[in-house]
Design a protein around this ligand. Structure first.
Ligand code: NG1
Length: 415
């Protein structure tokens, strides 16, 4: 069933009344630019034709009452709920959404029914589709008049409160995506540019067979890379004699010509505490997380992480040029190079993702790579229209799937 119909139906059967409004928030796939967003470096994602739908209506109680067709149990959260005190993982995203707009809700609750056909824990952004969908539903229901930029920023903040110190790619593309186009997103300074996907190209995604969870070890592995790349940024800035303001980001030094050359001079492993002392900067901005704490004495492999991030940012520029030049072979090469860098330097691939990328490339894809944070989840392949079937078959043989074509689609909307 279409998720919008499922959300409407679930609302009626749970709350015995019609919803006031319906929201549709798509999942996303990142074509290239992985683990660059939280470094302030560009990404090239698109929204997909699979979505989370939210049916919403008012609640008499000052609470968020929510039911999902995917997750149990239903939630009844007071409006002062915080993600840290809510035990159910999916309730944490609801609590985080309330937390970022609490002061604007003025005690007004809501009833929500949520349905999705984005596979959860897949790297296809089901969590951001949920957060954006819930925030857009509350915005519309209570006439909060959030500007699209504000909606994307609040959703990113909510996601960080719920766990991973995310950079904001997912929420931006889910809010701003256009049908038929990739969306190049820059963060320093903020900018967006839609790039129409050439009509003869097709995109396929396939599961590695294991989930890409957002909690526990996967969240720690993600946050570890966030901290490690901040450390690399302060050490590179120190070598270059550059001054960094606020949270140190590789994006602050990437534009300096010598930066990529100096990556090999970085220590192979170093802790945040030692790096802060070496560069003469405060420790706190290096290890600060929105949720939880980070061990300042953990040694981190910053050289290889920085090498991935800086080379990946260059690949995004080259990929945009390849899309504009209709050069599928060049784009495919860049995607394969991205996967190799994520596997060898960023260490966030898995043997199943590697097998899948190999299988889809052998079946005729111009390029393939893991998409999203990695550590499991999905890979994306690009090909000429007409070859999707062979690539899907190869993916199914390699991992058992699911595997399906995806179409660049419209961002979140109130229906
Ligand atoms: P996934 O794992 O697809 O949700 C995560 C981050 C992104 C980005 C990618 C890596 C969240 C919600 N999203 O994506 O912001 O950093 O990893 O490129 O954590």
């Amino acid at each position: 069933m279409d998720p919008v119909d499922a959300a409407r139906h679930t609302f009626r059967s749970n709350f015995h009344t019609e919803p006031t409004l319906l929201v549709r928030a798509p999942g996303r796939v990142n074509l290239i630019g992985e683990h660059t967003d939280y470094n302030g470096l560009p990404v090239l994602p698109f929204a997909i034709d699979r979505a989370t739908a939210v049916a919403a209506g008012p609640s008499i109680a000052p609470a968020l009452e929510a039911v999902s067709t995917t997750f149990a149990p239903p939630a009844t959260l007071p409006l002062d709920a915080t993600p840290a005190t809510v035990p159910e993982p999916w309730h944490r995203y609801l609590a985080a959404a309330i937390a970022v707009i609490r002061d604007r809700l003025d005690g007004r609750g809501a009833r929500l029914a949520i349905a999705s056909h984005i596979p959860p824990a897949s790297g296809l952004s089901s969590s951001s589709a949920l957060t954006v969908g819930v925030l857009l539903a509350l915005d519309t229901l209570h006439t909060l008049r959030l500007a699209p930029d504000e909606l994307a920023e609040l959703a990113a903040r909510a996601e960080r409160l719920a766990g991973a110190e995310t950079g904001g790619m997912d929420q931006r593309v889910i809010v701003f995506a256009r049908p038929g186009a990739l969306l190049r997103i820059d963060f320093l300074p903020p900018a967006m540019r839609p790039l129409p996907l050439p009509a003869e190209w097709a995109l396929v995604v396939a599961s590695s067979g294991s989930p890409a969870p957002k909690g526990g070890a996967a969240r720690n592995a993600y946050n570890q890379r966030v901290v490690a790349t901040r450390i690399a940024a302060v050490l590179l800035a120190d070598m270059l004699g550059a001054q960094l303001e606020g949270t140190p980001l590789l994006g602050n030094v990437a534009a300096i010509d010598a930066a990529p050359l100096l990556v090999d001079e970085l220590p192979a492993r170093i802790s945040a505490r030692k790096a802060a002392a070496m560069a003469g900067v405060p420790l706190q901005p290096l290890v600060a997380l929105s949720a939880g704490t980070f061990d300042p004495d953990a040694p981190l492999p910053i050289r290889q992480y920085a090498r991935h991030v800086l080379t990946e940012a260059e690949r995004v520029d080259l990929a945009c040029a390849a899309v504009e030049a209709n050069d599928l072979a060049a784009l495919g090469e860049l995607m394969l190079a991205s996967h190799t860098s994520l596997r060898d330097d960023y260490r966030c691939s898995t043997p199943a993702l590697d097998t899948l990328v190999h299988a889809m490339t052998r079946a005729g894809a111009a390029g393939a790579r893991l998409t999203g944070a990695g550590f499991g989840g999905f890979a994306i392949a690009i090909t000429q229209h007409g070859s999707e079937h062979a690539i899907i078959e190869a993916a199914l043989r390699a991992t058992g799937g699911p595997a399906f074509p995806v179409i660049p689609s419209q961002g979140a909307a109130v229906l």
